[in-house]
Design a protein around this ligand. Structure first.
Ligand SMILES: [Zn+2]
Ligand SMILES: [Zn+2]
Length: 155
């Protein structure tokens, strides 16, 4: 089953904080995220009702909920998505395949400029009417494949 958060020592690295829309659920983590990516998959899109989602992956041991806690919804087998039960803000994504990580929304940080995306994943599912004008690698599915291209379609 899912283990708790903050099992390890919090390092003395910089502490990053974040919260939901209403402020009832607040978290902190220390150190640098494992990665920051744009995800264009339909599942993330529906979970946020937005055309793209920007994720950061944080080691589970380094994440702590300092106020409130998410409620969870099992969005597919082995995956659960956490949300604030008061305001409904999406908060987390976890999958049994990577038990040591919790994915957080980059824009839930108190200061989202503290992270920057390095790639796009699931670009095969990207909406036709949505584009991001950067030249980061775009992967059709996960980034374990070869990038489809760098930058927007047709460039
Ligand atoms: Zn809330
Ligand atoms: Zn996704």
């Amino acid at each position: 089953m899912w283990s708790g958060y903050g099992g390890g020592r919090m390092s003395q690295d910089k502490t990053i904080s974040g919260h939901c829309l209403c402020g009832a659920v607040r978290f902190v983590y220390s150190g640098e995220p494992n990665w920051t990516v744009y995800c264009h998959c339909e599942s993330c899109r529906r979970a946020t009702s937005s055309p793209v989602t920007t994720w950061i992956s944080v080691p589970r041991d380094l994440l702590r909920f300092v106020q409130g806690a998410p409620r969870y919804f099992e969005s597919s087998a082995g995956a659960r998505r956490g949300f604030c039960e008061r305001c409904g803000s999406p908060m987390t994504y976890e999958h049994e395949r990577f038990p040591g990580e919790v994915h957080l929304y980059a824009v839930s940080l108190a200061d989202p400029s503290q992270v920057a995306p390095s790639r796009h994943v699931f670009a095969d599912e990207q909406l036709d009417w949505f584009e991001v004008h950067d030249h980061l690698p775009r992967f059709g599915a996960t980034s374990r494949t070869t990038p489809l291209r760098h930058g927007p379609k047709g460039e």
